[in-house]
Design a protein around this ligand. Structure first.
Ligand SMILES: Cc1ncc(COP(=O)(O)O)c(C=O)c1O
Length: 361
């Protein structure tokens, strides 16, 4: 027998399954399975990317100060309390690595983002799944599940894959009622899709146990480049920076993210277009007998009669070149998560679901 064994928890990790991008035998494919921006990214970001080749021999800055300053200006935040990473996933990993370990508990919710239990296991902690109420995070249930061993509570707000939100007062109540030494992580991957929402930044100002993560992968349309950031109390950011590798972001990532952050007109346009098409798609599906909760993000969680119908519809959509996401692994076997695409894609989805419901399968 081999004496080479991984750390506790590692072999319990189920590999993350990403959204599909191709369908064999179908050429005109629309990918609506990973909540990407259907409009791509800002032209200003593309222009910076096109010019970024001439400096590739240089190491990037280690402290990301230019990008942090721009993020701080745009969001009205203290740049010294911002940390940048390779996607918000990396910030979530820093938080878990620094604050949870063997014997600790990490709380997430019934339909919570699948990276949370993976991160808990990565550090040998126990992931504790808490029930939601009708696909909405239940603060009282979370508080009831917390023990002295609970070190982190992860909540995506808006949530993926449900698209629902917890209000600011509830989040504040949760933060203030957590056991001593437990951190509330507000995952704001979809925060920009909510008009006027600060991702929970205001909760952080007066507390030492709340942190927020954000990403360039969704509304900024830069998922392929891998850039995210976090904001928290100074003491916590100082801790996270100790495990961050000095060159975790490349010169290209940093310069493109800076240009993208400066182009808030692009962000505002994407937010408005998403809201318009999301409302249209939700209504079109509801008229076809496929209801959904009001979504605050860039996807809709479409509810079917049962798992068999959801899977049959997914197969039919696939045959039509429309890739959406099955969410059985999220405890939602009768649902499909459909990213809100551009108008043409939304019309294709509604048309195909209509054909499916009309018996075209
Ligand atoms: C809720 C949530 N958090 C975090 C992420 C990670 O995003 P990234 O690492 O691309 O910033 C995602 C991506 O789908 C997400 O849905």
């Amino acid at each position: 027998m081999s004496r080479i064994t991984p750390q506790p928890g590692i072999m319990d990790i189920e590999l993350y399954v990403g959204g599909k991008a191709t369908v064999e035998g179908v050429s005109d494919v629309v990918k609506l399975s990973s909540n990407e921006n259907p409009y791509g990214c800002s032209d200003a970001a593309k222009a910076v990317h096109a010019k970024s080749g001439h400096n590739l021999h240089r190491y990037p800055s280690t402290d990301h100060s230019d990008l942090r300053v721009v993020i701080g200006e745009v969001h009205g935040l203290d740049a010294s309390r911002i940390i940048c990473g390779a996607g918000s996933d990396e910030i979530l990993q820093f938080i878990t690595q620094c604050y949870a370990g063997v014997g600790d508990e990490v709380v997430y919710t019934e339909h919570g983002f699948s990276m949370y239990p993976i991160l808990a296991r990565m550090v040998g902690a126990k992931p504790v799944k808490v029930a939601e109420r009708e696909r909405v995070v239940d603060v009282d249930a979370i508080l009831a599940a917390c023990t002295k061993k609970t070190k982190i509570v992860f909540i995506a707000n808006p949530a993926n894959p449900t698209g629902t939100m917890v209000g600011g007062n509830e989040m504040a109540r949760l933060a203030d009622s957590l056991p001593d030494g437990c951190i509330l992580v507000q995952d704001g991957a979809y925060a920009e899709f909510v008009d006027g929402f600060d991702g929970g930044a205001s909760l952080i100002e007066s507390r030492d146990n709340v942190v927020m993560t954000r990403t360039f992968s969704k509304i900024y349309g830069l998922g392929g480049l891998r850039i995210g950031w976090g904001y928290g109390p100074q003491a916590m950011i100082d801790v996270l920076n100790r495990v961050r590798q000095p060159f975790n972001l490349s010169t290209v990532q940093l310069s493109v993210a800076e240009a993208a952050m400066r182009d808030q007109a692009f962000v505002a346009k994407c937010r408005a277009d998403n809201a318009r098409m999301r409302a249209w798609l939700a209504e079109a599906l509801a008229e076809l007998g496929v209801p959904s909760d009001t979504s605050c993000a860039n996807f809709i969680l479409a509810r079917f009669v049962d798992q068999a119908e959801a899977e049959a519809c997914d197969d039919y959509l696939k045959s039509q070149g429309l890739l959406v996401r099955r969410v059985t692994g999220y405890g939602l076997p009768n649902c499909l998560r459909i990213t809100v695409g551009d108008e043409a894609s939304c019309r294709r989805v509604a048309h195909a679901v209509g054909q499916f419901k009309g018996g075209a399968r």
